[in-house]
Design a protein around this ligand. Structure first.
Ligand code: GTB
Length: 220
């Protein structure tokens, strides 16, 4: 059965691949699974039909036969557990890769998300500059720690894994702030990841969906 995911009908990032369906699309491409996308408007996300799938009325969701999942991390973990390519076979290495998945979502994403959110929601506040500087410092500290651990390795722990996939989607959110470029090994890490054919296919698919929505008049 072909799984179905949900995504923004018209992504507010205008096809830059920053919404969280991108990590699910990328994981699906890495493991070589075909998938369908059900695009949703903001209004549709809050309707009972979607709330039955996602308690918070968000995207992405994942449906495959009897299985329905929400939370991008859980969906990527499910794909990585069921298909080869995103988690090592060695049990300890597998758990370390899963630890990196949690680190991406639980330790690195929160300050990155806060920084991105303040830019969108608080840019016109009198205190914006001070808050942005504070959040930049928090982000920089995390990136410094990550950079130190990555060192001159290609990936966080051995082969490319679901941990790298999630970490890179988090770092990409900093694109417009330039923070990653302060750490050349992280910039190279991101560049290496986005050059993967599976990333390119996922990126192109979400961009095509945005352009189609725009042509149909649904884009913001
Ligand atoms: N923890 C959940 C997960 O990982 O799946 C979070 C899901 C989530 O935040 N979904 C967002 C959503 O549905 C879209 S990705 N929002 C609608 C709502 O809450 O009503 C977040 C996002 C949105 C926009 C950009 N952007 O424009 O750059 C980037 C990321």
């Amino acid at each position: 059965m072909t799984p179905t995911i949900t995504a923004f009908e018209s992504s507010p990032d205008r096809g830059r691949g920053l919404a969280r369906d991108m990590r699910v699309r990328w994981a699906l491409e890495e493991v070589g699974l075909d998938y369908q996308v059900r695009p949703l408007s903001f209004a549709q996300m809050k309707q009972p039909e979607h709330l039955a799938l996602h308690p918070f009325g968000q995207i992405p969701t994942y449906e495959d036969g009897e299985l329905a999942l929400f939370e991008s991390g859980a969906i990527v973990l499910h794909l990585a557990e069921r298909h080869p390519g995103l988690l090592p076979d060695d049990p300890n290495a597998r758990l370390r890769a899963i630890a990196w998945m949690f680190a991406a979502l639980n330790t690195v994403e929160p300050p990155v998300f806060e920084r991105a959110l303040t830019e969108v929601l608080e840019r016109n506040e009198s205190w914006y500059a001070a808050r942005a500087a504070l959040l930049d410092e928090r982000v920089r500290r995390r990136l410094g720690e990550l950079s130190r651990r990555l060192g001159d390795a290609d990936w966080l722990d051995g082969e490319f894994s679901a941990g790298d996939l999630l970490m890179v989607t988090v770092l990409l959110r900093l694109e417009r702030f330039g923070a990653v470029n302060e750490f050349p090994n992280l910039a190279a890490y991101v560049a290496r990841a986005v050059a993967r054919p599976a990333y390119r296919r996922a990126f192109d698919a979400q961009l095509a969906a945005f352009l189609e929505a725009q042509a149909a008049g649904a884009a913001p």
